[in-house]
Design a protein around this ligand. Structure first.
Ligand code: NI
Length: 176
């Protein structure tokens, strides 16, 4: 297992639409393990493959709190089958948009089908934080970021800030 570098806003890779996984094999399981290790290291509670530059429909989630046993979930080719009319608001953040948080409103519950790490078809009825996290990560697979769900004014501000940060870090810049 290895920790991979995270793709950070405004890298256009984050806007790619990820391709379905065709085979659940040992390579894919290795990628899932690397994603989990990268997520635990960050630390975060969810990570989509595109966030380490792999445009495949794969995401990992672990909602265990500090001190609890790890509870890793691997979702391959996840699809939302149903969303509740009831909505809920969570303060969201993203490993690709470090140190920025904003309240996002989404359906409070979703039913999701996916393949597990053995390639077995599964369904999950998710609510609470799991529902929010699944929707946030599935958005990543479609090139959508949580800042797309906030006001344009706030979004433009965040994007500007990260563009400036990226520019300041760009190679070739003379720093005396
Ligand atoms: Ni994210």
């Amino acid at each position: 297992m290895s920790i991979k570098p995270l793709i950070i806003l405004p890298d256009p890779i984050l806007r790619q639409v990820s391709k379905p996984v065709e085979r659940v094999d040992s390579d894919l399981r290795k990628l899932a393990d690397d994603m989990l290790e990268t997520m635990y290291d960050a630390p975060g509670i969810g990570l989509a493959a595109i966030q380490i530059g792999e445009p495949r429909r794969l995401l990992v989630i672990d909602l265990a709190k500090e001190g609890e046993e790890p509870a890793p979930h691997v979702f391959i080719n996840p699809e939302i089958l149903e969303s509740s009319d009831q909505r809920s608001v969570y303060e969201e953040g993203c490993l690709s948009i470090p140190d920025y948080y904003a309240e996002v409103e989404r359906p409070a519950a979703v039913r999701v089908k996916y393949l597990d790490r053995d390639g077995k078809l599964q369904e999950m009825q998710a609510e609470g934080l799991m529902a929010t996290c699944l929707q946030h990560e599935i958005d990543h697979l479609n090139g959508v970021l949580f800042i797309d769900h906030i006001s344009k004014l706030k979004r433009d501000m965040v994007v500007r800030k990260f563009k400036k940060l990226a520019k300041d870090k760009a190679p070739g810049k003379m720093v005396g």
